[in-house]
Design a binder for this molecule. Sequence first.
Ligand SMILES: NC(=O)C1=CN([C@@H]2O[C@H](COP(=O)(O)OP(=O)(O)OC[C@H]3O[C@@H](n4cnc5c(N)ncnc54)[C@H](O)[C@@H]3O)[C@@H](O)[C@H]2O)C=CC1
Ligand SMILES: CC(=O)C(C)=O
Length: 257
Amino acid sequence: MSKVAIITGSAGGLGKGIAKRLGEDGFKIVLHDINKEMLNSTLKEFKDAGVESISVVGDVSKREDQFNLVKEAVDAFGQLDVFVNNAGIDVVSPFLDIDENQLNKTFAVNVNGTVFGTQAAAEQFIKQDTKGKVINACSIAGHESFEMLGTYSATKHAVRSFTHSASKELAPYKIRVNAYCPGVAGTAMWDRIDEEMVKYYDDMERGDAYKQFVDGISLGRSQEPEDVANLVSFLASDDSDYITGQAIITDGGIVYR
Ligand SMILES: NC(=O)C1=CN([C@@H]2O[C@H](COP(=O)(O)OP(=O)(O)OC[C@H]3O[C@@H](n4cnc5c(N)ncnc54)[C@H](O)[C@@H]3O)[C@@H](O)[C@H]2O)C=CC1
Ligand SMILES: CC(=O)C(C)=O
């Protein structure tokens, strides 16, 4: 029987790339996003391509939405095998301008969302008494904190920490919890980061911040969603069964750990 994977924030960007790859790997796919319009068009693409898939609209920062997401997946496909906590948001700001609203919003989506998603998935895996896999979107910013990305970096350090603690507590239930840590992928997130960053530097133009980051990549090119999906595919597969609690960097050579 085909396995079932949920990928949060999969209407576009890295999440869509991951969902596409897991579909190719033979998973039934549960697409999910806060953006209903984009989600509908992505679902149509998946269905047209013959991927057995459904979509669920939700906000990862709301605990009830995350539990509802798992319920909808199980109602449609009868089981759950992989939960990818992919949805995340960025924020660019000098340290001295970080305010309560920025902290609360970014932590609510990136950190609370990951915790609630992991809880909802784990509850289902335990009920099924099957091995389950939780796979979290971390970042190179979860290993190294970047200037102007202080709040975002802190959320990704927290995701790495929850990946460690959840993996320890859930191992007795055969649940593996790992994270992927991308570098610089030219999605809508990086368009926004670039646009915001150049506002703070007189000598920078649109595209310069992104270019500076990409110029620092040893392998000489920016990341494609497929590069990230390759790692997530491995973490979702039986081949990674002996790996848990790891936050694995896939960045073409930016951060060395
Ligand atoms: N693009 C990059 O270079 C990197 C991205 N990442 C991480 O990878 C993940 C995906 O990033 P991208 O695809 O680049 O971002 P993106 O901004 O292109 O796509 C994120 C998707 O998540 C959805 N989303 C946002 N808030 C949501 C919420 N509250 N509930 C449900 N869905 C929500 C958006 O509608 C969007 O479709 C994020 O967690 C990000 O932090 C990590 C390292 C580098
Ligand atoms: C967007 C991101 O995760 C960076 C800059 O590492």
